[in-house]
Design a protein around this ligand. Structure first.
Ligand code: NDP
Ligand code: HSE
Length: 442
């Protein structure tokens, strides 16, 4: 059995996990791949950093050319991260005749078309199971298991760091900063954690899922996103009181005439945002760095995928699965058949966020004086938004009037209508801006 020689480009959190699985479980890997997978080279930036004990120092280098120029190496695993260096490396590796496995969602979301084109041109495969959902095989599920379906919607908790932070803030009252520091310590966060907390990482993953599930050629910049950095303990408390949990969700909804043909186009709504979910719904129950993706297909109905969405070994599990698929010759066929990012339009266009219908949670900080509630209700009514419930807790009596939170849940409204009320509220003298709002996902 001829071994498959593999190079690891990057040996940090994920790369070290990949090296450990390959070097510590050779029998298991050989049995599943049909031949041994041999770690032939490891490329890093800083040669003096300690690596896992199982990695022989003789194969560690800082020179990518040692991989590009070695004809015995057939596959490279890119687990470096970032976009510019990784993009150049992946394009050079494909041009040098290597199949590529990558966990780099930023690279695929921003340069998927270029990377996949290069793969097709050089007749090499790009496998990327680790790029979404960590250890959850969601790419395989959408590409293979659900291939008979038109996907109608998907909703995912796709960022482990954000879910870890929100769980800590909700269940233990942990501060945002302390929870983020712990997520970084555990290896969940990106090298630049702003990408996690501002919703960019989840949007990168949503762009990849939208490509596989809907074949939608949506520019990454068109995906609207809001992160978790502004979420206040007060909103978490009010959400609880109302029977909801706040989660960062990535959502895709296909709006298409049910009688349309398979290539019948349609409008796809895509967004990443904190969303209030009812306590007992499955996604509200997903805790810590776990991820989950709820997928609705026209034949299968509802399906749910759940598992550890970030961290060393879950992500390494997905990378090694891709290596096994490449060694067995399956990944090449999948890559060819899927024709992802091929630029061919299937008529699906992006639905403007302003047209998406939703219920909303709204927190206004208002002066506790006569007429304020009536004014707020009038503005909502002027925008044809109906109130579903209101909370204002009794405050301390004071002659000047106090600033108090006024919590409003609305019935379904067009997002554009709702956000224009926010601008109006924030201009009122009786309201302390900025007002806070989140969609409600019942
Ligand atoms: P790390 O920062 O832990 O590791 C990055 C590795 O790349 C390090 O070994 C670093 O070398 C090496 N590297 C950086 N720049 C260069 C360069 N110019 N030349 C050669 N090597 C370089 O990142 P992670 O392992 O956390 O993430 C890797 C990828 O996996 C990213 O795309 C990330 O988004 C993705 N990912 C991460 C997950 C996680 O939970 N951490 C989960 C899913 C995906 P050195 O060690 O010498 O500094
Ligand atoms: N930083 C990412 C997260 C890693 O927290 O989900 C997994 O892609």
């Amino acid at each position: 059995m001829e071994p498959l020689d593999v190079a690891l480009i990057g040996c940090g959190t994920v790369g070290s996990g990949v090296a450990q699985i390959l070097l510590e479980h050779p029998e298991r890997i050989t049995a599943r791949a049909g031949r041994p997978i041999r770690l032939a080279r490891v490329v890093v930036k800083d040669p003096t950093k300690p690596r896992p004990n199982c990695v022989p120092s003789s194969i560690v280098t800082t020179d990518l050319r040692k991989v590009l120029d070695d004809p015995a190496i057939h596959v490279a695993v890119e687990v470096v991260g970032g976009v510019d260096w990784a993009r150049r490396a992946v394009l050079d590796l494909l041009a040098a005749g290597k199949d590529v496995v990558t966990a780099n969602k930023a690279l695929l979301a921003l340069h998927g078309a270029e990377v996949f084109d290069a793969g097709r041109r050089h007749k090499k495969a790009v496998a990327f199971e680790a790029s979404v959902g960590g250890g959850i095989p969601i790419i395989g599920a959408l590409s293979h298991g659900l291939a008979a379906n038109q996907i109608l919607s998907l909703q995912g908790i796709l960022n482990g760091t954000c879910n870890f932070i929100l769980t800590g803030m909700t269940e233990n009252g942990t501060s945002y900063a302390a929870a983020l520091a712990e997520a970084q310590k555990r290896g969940y966060a990106e090298a630049n954690p702003t990408l996690d907390v501002d919703g960019t990482d989840a949007a990168h993953k949503l762009a990849i899922l939208a490509q596989i599930a809907f074949g939608a050629n949506v520019p990454f910049s068109a995906i609207t996103r809001r992160g978790i950095a502004g979420i206040h303990q007060n909103d978490i408390r009010y959400a609880k009181e109302l029977g909801y949990t706040i989660k960062l969700l990535a959502e895709a909804w296909l709006d298409r005439d049910p009688k349309a043909t398979d290539n019948g186009g349609g409008q796809l709504a895509l967004h990443v945002s904190p969303v209030m979910l009812r306590h007992l719904t499955p996604l509200a129950q997903v805790r810590d760095a776990y991820n989950a993706v709820f997928v609705l297909g026209d034949a299968v109905g509802s399906t749910l995928y759940y598992g550890r969405g970030a961290g060393q070994m879950p992500t390494a599990s997905a990378v090694v699965a891709d290596l096994i698929d490449l060694a067995a010759g399956r990944a090449q066929r999948t890559f060819e058949a899927l024709r992802l990012w091929s630029g061919k339009s299937n008529g699906i266009t992006l639905k403007p966020t302003s047209e998406v219908p939703s219920r909303f949670y709204l927190r206004l900080m208002v002066e506790d004086k006569p007429g304020v509630l009536a004014e707020v209700a009038r503005i909502l009514a002027n925008h044809e938004i109906s109130i579903s419930s209101v909370i204002q807790h009794e405050g301390v009596e004071s002659p000047e009037g106090d600033i108090v939170p006024l919590i409003i849940m609305t019935h379904t409204a067009r997002t554009g209508n709702f956000t224009s009320t926010i601008a109006e509220f924030d201009r009122l003298e009786s309201v302390t801006a900025p007002s806070v709002y989140y969609p409600v996902g019942d």
